[in-house]
Design a protein around this ligand. Structure first.
Ligand code: C5P
Length: 215
């Protein structure tokens, strides 16, 4: 029997929607462990990149999952656009998703509860989550946020390029056959286009409280 007090929060959404910031804030607020599942796919991408593997080859991508332990998941390189792009490609392979499933389910199954963010947490990894949020924002707003983040790292890019990348990533994440990016039927949509971080976090907490029956 599942502990009724155990809080499992699923946060899904497209790139640069603010889901990572919201998931971290929820984890702090409820004192729960947090897993950014995008980092696992980025880790696989970096492992593949380092051994010179081909992202177009499903077997090489699957092999890179076995090299994940060699990657430091706090490595800054994981956040680069190149690795994000490779991650988006390798994450479409069923073999890669399957190989990362247990690790995510184990994290979600911890006795004290957890917060996970990604693309398929509410639909595939933790369909029985207590609260499910689908965080989104317009492609233009997300591109602007990503653009500023890249600039802060001292890298020069064009906003139009970032917007084109965001659109391409959305199309790939939503269009794949395996665990595509879709909102779970019982998730709450949180559009952060016109919100600052504080308001978005407040709203997210209110959604979790409502899902727990405290609203
Ligand atoms: O969220 P982030 O941009 O770090 O994720 C990198 C890529 O990993 C995404 O573009 C997506 O294709 C993939 N991903 C996924 N399922 C998840 C988390 C991330 O397919 N649960």
């Amino acid at each position: 029997m599942q502990d009724p007090e155990r809080l499992l929060i699923a946060v899904d959404g497209p790139a640069a929607s603010g889901k990572g910031t919201i998931a971290r804030a929820l984890a702090r607020h409820y004192a729960l462990p947090h897993l950014d599942t995008g980092m696992l796919y980025r880790g696989v991408a970096l492992a593949l990149f380092r051994f010179g593997g081909d992202p177009g080859n499903a077997f090489e991508a699957r092999r890179a999952v076995d090299e994940l332990e060699t990657i430091d998941l706090s490595d800054e390189e994981l956040r680069s656009e190149v690795i994000g792009e490779i991650a988006s490609r390798v994450s479409a392979y069923p073999g890669v998703r399957e190989a990362l499933l247990k690790r995510q389910r184990d994290f979600a199954g911890q006795g004290g509860g957890a917060v996970l963010d990604g693309r398929d947490i509410g639909t595939v990894i933790a369909p029985h989550a207590t609260a499910k949020l689908f965080v989104t924002a317009s492609p233009e707003v997300r591109a602007e946020r990503r653009f500023r983040e890249i600039e802060r790292r001292g890298i020069k890019v064009h906003l139009e390029e970032v917007l084109a990348d965001i659109r391409a990533r959305d199309a790939r994440d939503a269009g794949r056959d395996n665990a595509p990016l879709v909102m779970a039927a019982d998730a709450t949509r949180l559009d952060t286009s016109d919100m600052g971080i504080e308001e978005a976090v407040e709203r997210a907490i209110a959604c979790v409280e409502a899902a727990r029956g405290n609203a």
